[in-house]
Design a protein around this ligand. Structure first.
Ligand code: ZN
Length: 302
């Protein structure tokens, strides 16, 4: 039983309209679900991914309007690493993003300072691609490769924990590869200054589990000394959460039922979608949510 790489990465934005512009307009991802934070339904939870909303390509944001910029520190992820298909794609993205290519990678930040890196895929995993009029498919982002985190002494406690839950170590990198995909987390020495959660910081990384193995994963995490939450039904997937010993918030989320459960795959992300047990709040929350552009409409108009 191995986790199937990264399911999604969830982050914080203080500016949802600019967030939509950057992740759909600039990076070319598809807004696949526009919903609310299930722990605070007065603010958005936005999900961007490939054309079908596939786990492995799904970057999500909790919106806290006007949130102050945060800063990654010990126990926090500081960089999200994506795959592209070729060295030519690195050149394309360096030019599109206005940054220099740095050898085998391109590093850049979103408008709120959240850092990303692009690397050429070295694995046979299916490329997870969204359609965008300005981005040829062969140059598009292909889903997650890994995440980079800060820790004080990851070798002491994080290493045995990750190995017990099935990650394989290579240097400072721990990788997990399941039946469909692989992904990794790499640890670097944390800066002295403590981290500050806020706009432009990562909230958590979720790893993928087949539906039928989810409960077993909960037991395995508890057996390794983790303190997993009960299984929480997020409607589009089920989740458990726990902190690994260096403090990084992990989730294990199921590969299904998926984003097409409650929305036509042709029109993902266009309307505000509330899970059934939140639908009764619609009249209260819809008027107070930040108005957002429909990125596909604005793309066809320009
Ligand atoms: Zn999550």
């Amino acid at each position: 039983m191995r986790l199937d790489g990264i399911h999604h990465v969830t982050n914080i934005t203080g500016d949802a309209p600019a967030n939509v512009d950057f992740y759909t307009g600039k990076l070319g991802l598809r807004l696949v679900k526009k919903s609310v934070n299930q722990d605070d339904p007065t603010v958005y939870h936005l999900f961007y991914a490939d054309e079908r909303g596939t786990p492995g390509s799904d970057i999500t944001f909790f919106e806290y309007p006007g949130a102050e910029p945060g800063r990654a520190g010990a126990g926090m992820i500081h960089t999200i690493v994506w795959r592209v298909g070729s060295p030519e794609a690195l050149d394309f993205w360096a030019e599109r993003l206005g940054v220099e290519r740095d050898g085998d990678s391109v590093t850049f930040s979103d408008p709120e300072g959240l850092q990303h890196q692009l690397v050429v895929a070295q694995v046979p995993d299916e490329p997870l691609i969204a359609d965008h009029p300005e981005i040829p498919r062969e140059l598009a982002l292909q889903g997650f490769e890994g995440v980079r985190a800060y820790a004080r002494t990851p070798e002491l406690r994080t290493a045995p924990f990750l190995e017990q839950i099935g990650f394989e170590r290579g240097g400072e990198r721990w990788e997990t590869r399941g039946d469909s995909r692989g992904g990794w987390i790499e640890y670097e020495r944390a800066p002295e200054e403590p981290g500050v959660p806020g706009a432009g910081t990562v909230h958590h990384v979720a790893w993928s589990s087949p539906m039928e193995e989810h409960e077993q994963w909960r037991q395995r995490v508890a057996g390794a000394g983790g303190q997993p939450t009960p299984v929480i039904d997020r409607f589009w997937f089920r989740s458990i959460y726990f902190r690994e010993p260096s403090g990084v918030l992990f989730e294990i989320a199921t590969l299904g039922p998926g984003f097409s459960t409650d929305e036509d795959p042709e029109h993902l992300g266009e309307a505000l979608i509330l899970p059934p047990n939140f639908e009764h709040l619609r009249a209260q929350v819809e008027p107070i949510l930040t108005p957002l552009p429909n990125p596909r409409e604005s793309a066809t108009r320009t």
